[in-house]
Design a protein around this ligand. Sequence first.
Ligand SMILES: [Zn+2]
Length: 354
Amino acid sequence: MRVASWFAICIASVSCALTPPCHSQQTFKAGNAVAAPGTKATGFLEVPAGSDAATKVPVVVIQGEKPGPVLTLASGSHGTEYASILAVEQLIEKLDPKQISGTVILLPLINTASFEQKVPHLNPVDGKSMNRFYPGQPDGTQTERASAVITHEVVEKSDYLIDFHGGDLDENLRPYAYWSPIGNAKQDAMSRGMVEAFGLDTIILVKERPKDPNAARYLDNCASLRGKPAIAVEAGYAGTSDPSDIALLVDGTLNVMRYLKMLPGNAPSIEHPAWIEKIHEVSSSETGIFYPLVKRGNYVAAGAKLGYITDYFGKVILEPHAPAAGVVLYVCAVPSMKKGDTVAFVGQIAAQAP
Ligand SMILES: [Zn+2]
């Protein structure tokens, strides 16, 4: 995959001399960030105006001195999942092109409007989640146009991708990763190696995902369906940027880069992660005030009370229970609760590794 990718980049570039070694002075471009070998470049993915306003997504390209694969690190499609955004910000500084074999594309903050306006979950410009509309549409609303630009300018130029998330402003989340096999043994072995090298101790095995590359929905799925091994990782919760959560994401990324031979050194993988075979999403059938009785990361028995919801006069109107035994992947972090909102995700642990 690496060789093929380098060849493709060389072919695509006008500045490339067709005599080998083609990659020796090859620049790498994403949006208007153009990095020569051994350098970092910053710029933007320009998203033109359409039915709503134009926007631009910050992008960093770090091209190593030595050739190798292209890895994308994308964060902030939910702009108030702060720990994940700060982790990618740290990686901009930490990654040294002199050490790297290959190229890293970093998107530290996809949803700038969410970040600036402190709006969780959605892009406030069009009210859409920026991790649900891949591969995007050039004539759609801002989220769809931005997704289309990211697919074209970043995903299609990548060999591997990691999408970073965390608990949003209203989510008390414990760290976990997603592994989403697509049914291609070679690619699935590579993405599994990535998720195990990342090292988070709880991994969700995703069995059902869209299979149509033109309706991929999620960024990691958009990459996977284009033949690029991809994972998603989550750490951080409820508006915090705890250094230990940031460190999990930074250290995990560096270890994946060792696994991909983009950085020197051994890449130990997590030995006995808890594999989550099913997520039980518990939602509220009532609107009211939520009082949690469990914490993120707690293990609960089937039927355990997760909390209670009162009306605005203090009368208990609902007591949500865990539908199965498992780990509380996240629980609502705020008292605001409206009908249909998520109370908690309870992850059912697989008896054995997949
Ligand atoms: Zn997210």
